[in-house]
Design a protein around this ligand. Structure first.
Ligand SMILES: [Zn+2]
Length: 186
């Protein structure tokens, strides 16, 4: 077989639909153009299977509105991508990204937290996680809290630092020493 005939075969193969970019990839590439900049922020195409496109939406209202408009979108997509799309299913399922799910730790109340030392000395009114929005103010709050705390607190038997009683009750030492100990045991 000559090199030329191999090239001919490769050319024929490259023209076959299955050697081209998968339809879903092409759909993703032009999705924003088809639905418009308003809609694109509230939609996320998930999959294209058996000529049915599944799209996650940010809310049930968006799913409803877009369901009414889906014939127009199907037409546009079929023209643009020359595919045989038959239907689009919009639903809120699959919208939530993993990083949006709050960590378990953030939901415990501050009273339950071993570093809790009483209402007058709490770090803030809400959860135990300092709010990242104003890191500077959060730090100053924290510094003030630690200074205020240092008076009248029992001392950690290991490092002799003033320690919230809750930490001593839980670990027998301060939270820093407890953390160091758990690191050693790993
Ligand atoms: Zn300690």
């Amino acid at each position: 077989m000559s090199l030329k005939s191999i090239n001919d075969i490769l050319e024929v193969l490259a023209a076959q639909p299955e050697w081209q970019e998968p339809p879903f990839q092409r759909l993703l590439a032009c999705w924003a153009q088809v639905v418009g900049s308003m809609v694109v922020a509230h939609t996320k195409p998930l999959s294209l299977q058996r000529d049915v496109l599944r799209v996650a939406t940010s809310s049930a209202a968006w799913a409803q509105n877009l369901t009414f408009e889906r014939q127009r979108l199907i037409l546009k997509l079929n023209q643009k991508l020359s595919i045989g799309l038959k239907d689009i299913h919009f639903s809120t399922a699959g919208w939530q990204r993993p990083q949006n799910i709050p960590k378990k730790q953030q939901t415990i109340s501050r009273q339950e937290h071993p570093s809790y030392v009483g209402d007058g000395m709490s770090i803030d009114d809400g959860d135990v996680t300092p709010k990242a929005k104003d890191a500077n103010a959060a730090f100053q709050n924290w510094a003030r809290t630690v200074q205020g705390r240092s008076h009248n607190l029992p001392l950690c038997p290991l490092c002799h630092c003033p320690t919230p009683p809750g930490e001593l009750q839980r670990w027998g030492v301060c939270s820093l020493c407890a953390a160091k100990q758990s690191l050693k045991s790993c």
